[in-house]
Design a protein around this ligand. Structure first.
Ligand code: 13P
Length: 261
């Protein structure tokens, strides 16, 4: 049996607080029949409070898009893990390629953030992925292995078992170019192998590996049918309640079809 499907919406720097309220209320109504999918919504920091209130009586979880690696201190402009917990977050996206590219985050900082998130009982969704140039140079497996090792490899096994991994090839983000299901599966099974080798089969079997990069309702099924693709980290399509809900429903149906076959 495959792992429970996991669909997360990364709203990036879109939606003010009142727009966020409307969007999350519509998602909540559209997804209320779905029980077998872990659903996480990651709005911008300024909307976490209002979204959290709307989600209190639902199974939909709240996540943040980033945090700093210290619990508090004189770090102007940063947000701490304890602040995220306080507002109701259970998850935090770390190491997104946009953080790496525009804010110069490196694997060392991401590793510090992952350790801090775990220490404060937040589940990190750790993003790995190569650029187009790296793929064209056939370095994509090496790049992802290095990111994996540097961001994650010194974690204790118990901590590692709590992590969620997202494979997001940079060339597929916001471009409309999805990795083919076969390309994505190749990388997901490679990451699963790293988990088995570096940690244990038990850890490898347990960890959800999400795919991210131009996921839409019409490509969700073909991705989710692959044995090592457990879900999606959705950008653009999570900003419309209808498409996000449809992705969740596709994930649930694909999972059910797999279980029953
Ligand atoms: P898109 O779905 O818009 O390509 O974004 C993917 C992403 O970056 C999710 O974190």
């Amino acid at each position: 049996m495959k792992r429970k499907p996991f669909i997360a919406g990364n709203w990036k720097m879109y939606k003010n607080a009142s727009e966020a309220v409307t969007l999350v209320q519509t998602i909540k109504a559209a997804a209320h029949t779905v029980s077998d999918v872990t659903i996480v919504i990651c709005p911008p920091f300024t909307a976490l409070g209002v979204v959290s209130k709307i989600l209190t009586d639902t199974a939909i979880q709240l996540g943040a898009q980033n945090m700093y690696s210290a619990p508090e201190g004189a770090f102007t402009g940063e947000i701490s893990p304890t602040m995220l917990k306080d507002v109701g977050c259970r998850y935090v996206i770390l190491g997104h390629s946009e953080r790496r590219q525009y804010f110069k985050e490196d694997d060392i900082l991401i590793h510090e953030k992952v350790k801090t998130a775990l220490k404060y009982s937040l589940v990190p969704i750790v993003c790995l992925g190569e650029t187009l140039a790296e793929r064209e140079a056939k370095k994509h497996f090496d790049i992802v292995k290095t990111q994996f090792d540097e961001c994650l490899a010194r974690l204790e096994k118990d901590d590692m078992a709590k992590v969620v991994i997202a494979y997001e090839p940079v060339w597929a983000i916001g471009t409309g170019k999805t990795a083919t299901p076969d390309q994505a599966e190749q990388m997901h099974s490679y990451i699963r192998r790293l988990l088995n080798e570096r940690y244990s089969q038990e850890v490898g079997n347990r960890i959800p590996i999400l795919y991210g990069g131009s996921v839409k309702p019409d490509n969700t099924k073909s991705l989710m049918e692959k044995p090592n693709i457990d879900g999606a980290l959705v950008g653009g399509a999570s900003l419309k309640a209808e498409s996000f809900a449809q992705i969740i429903i596709e994930a649930q149906q694909t999972h059910e079809a797999g279980i029953n076959s």
